[in-house]
Design a protein around this ligand. Structure first.
Ligand code: NAD
Length: 477
């Protein structure tokens, strides 16, 4: 087994361990055991990071686009070279199967490569004027960024917090999740090794609410970017509003999946079941509410249950494992509460529904059907391995149910009818839709939601423009 990486604070080019600092235990979700200890930043650590990020911003923005591009590309290359060891750290602290963890790491490299190219595509424009006058619109980095990443993608969430800002010329203080620190730290270290100055990219840990309060209270920070729950997102939006800081919030959803009677049902089952139980359902774009047209409902349900039964649960480090544990005790407790609430309100349990073993945080892949709309799980993001499958009479009822909740992140639709595909692309209120497929994310495509799923975008050109301000220069000869 590779050694668990040293967990340190990375501030102004120096690393700090737990000496004279509070310590946070890191737990392996497959065993429930403490595997490492993480130092917590003090107020003076954070004050130092704030002062350094201001210098880091001036230094990093002054680098040419070519230099920034080369450094981001080098970072991507180092991450690729280290993918196996980063993947092991992700699996140990977060639980997902090693194949998914390595895949996540390689996706980080791809995203950084895309952002590297964007460094040279931050075009401005010249407006049409008579001779003797010139009006130029120019884009500049917004300033130092504070990024807060969630635990479900320990490395990718961190890359989403730092990639766009670094490409735009911003400095970043990032706080990966204290529950999954090693993956994010490995990303930051790779970027330092590639040439990002230690004051332009810093990494801190501690009590999340204390850190965000101190960083957001400072006028030095000009942008906040967060991945996590709607509740915390709203709290951070209020803190950011005090100083009118730019904000990007990626807050999860409650993904509807519309399966019409003309769909390729077998393909829909195979794709969406794999997608549902990926990362034990702890994915913001996870397919959740399956809205299946009545005449194919039984066939879809039976096929989905069969597929769920085949999933091999185990420690993510074992190569045959297809679904690891949930990442933390509160996630496991939350799923158990939501499943029993749904059952008490009349939902049918078609498969699963139980914790697996008594060590670690395992829960079996679960299928509920005929789930009443007033059950908690039909309204709050389950964030666990539970599929909710309900029969629906027609197109209009399916669209109405898809749009019923205040969330609007990802939706999925399965239909062979081109007209229906066009119509539903207009009618579903979300940031991203996959039609006849399972993926809503690509390095060059904007990723983000609407309504309670947040605002601002990551990935794609939009991930960089979210970190730019425009300056217009009106010049007379
Ligand atoms: P949470 O919002 O409390 O925590 C998510 C992340 O935000 C954690 O890494 C945490 O360290 C950080 N955080 C929490 N409070 C913060 C604060 N005041 N300032 C800065 N950072 C802060 O969510 P949770 O308890 O981990 O999970 C609860 C629910 O949130 C989940 O069930 C799921 O619905 C949602 N969630 C969504 C995503 C996503 O990908 N959008 C990720 C994690 C959780």
């Amino acid at each position: 087994m590779t050694e668990y990486p040293a967990l340190q604070l990375l501030i102004d080019g120096e690393s700090f361990d737990g000496t004279n600092r509070e310590i946070i235990d890191v737990i392996d979700p497959a065993t429930g055991e403490v595997i490492a200890q993480l130092p917590s930043a003090t107020n003076s650590d954070l004050a130092k990071a704030l002062e350094a990020t201001e210098r880091g911003f001036r230094l990093w923005r002054s680098k040419s686009a070519d230099e920034r591009e080369a450094i981001l590309r080098k970072g991507a290359q180092l991450i690729r070279e280290r993918a196996k060891e980063i993947g092991v750290a992700i699996t140990r602290e977060q639980g997902k199967p090693i194949k998914e963890a390595v895949g996540e790491t390689l996706y980080c490299a791809m995203l950084l490569e895309f952002y590297a190219g964007e460094c040279k595509r931050l075009y401005g424009r010249t407006l049409v004027r008579n001779s003797g006058q010139r009006v130029v619109v120019r884009y500049e980095p917004v300033g130092p960024v504070a990024g807060f990443a969630a635990w479900n993608f320990p490395a990718l969430n961190v890359v989403r917090k730092i990639g766009g800002p670094l490409a735009a010329g911003c400095s970043v203080i990032v706080k990966p999740s204290e529950e999954t620190p090693a993956g994010g730290l490995a990303i930051v270290r790779a970027m330092h090794d590639a040439g990002v100055p230690g004051n332009a990219l810093q990494c801190v840990f501690g009590v999340p609410s204390d850190i965000s309060e101190q960083l957001l209270a400072s006028p030095i920070i000009r942008k906040v970017t967060f991945t996590g729950s709607t509740k915390v997102g709203k709290h951070l939006a209020k803190l950011a509003a005090e100083d009118l800081k730019r904000t990007t919030l990626e807050l999860g959803g409650h993904g509807p999946v519309l399966v019409f009677n003309n769909a390729d049902v077998d393909k829909a089952i195979d794709t969406m079941a794999g997608n549902k139980y990926r990362n034990a359902g702890q994915v913001c774009v996870s397919p959740t509410r399956f809205l299946v047209q009545e005449d194919i409902f039984e066939r879809f349900l039976d096929g989905f249950v069969n597929r769920a039964k085949q999933i091999k649960i185990g420690n993510g480090l074992e190569s045959q494992t297809e679904m690891g544990p949930m990442s933390n005790q509160r996630g496991l407790d939350g799923i158990q509460e939501k499943v029993s609430d749904a059952l008490s309100k009349g939902a049918k349990l078609n498969f699963g529904g139980n914790r697996v073993g008594n060590r670690g945080f395992f829960h079996d892949p679960t299928v509920l059907s005929q789930v009443p709309l007033d059950s908690v799980i039909m309204n709050d993001e389950p964030f666990g391995p539970v599929a909710l499958i309900n029969p629906m009479p027609d197109y209009n009822s399916m669209i109405e149910e898809a749009n019923r909740l205040p969330y609007g992140l990802a939706a999925y639709a399965w239909t062979e009818d081109p007209k229906q595909r066009m119509q539903l692309s207009n009618d579903i209120e979300v940031g991203m839709i996959a039609i006849n497929g399972g993926s809503v994310s690509a390095s060059d495509a904007p990723f983000g939601g609407i309504k309670w799923s947040g605002y601002g975008l990551e990935d794609g050109a939009e991930g960089v423009s979210a970190c730019l301000i425009s300056k217009t220069i009106h010049e007379t000869a």
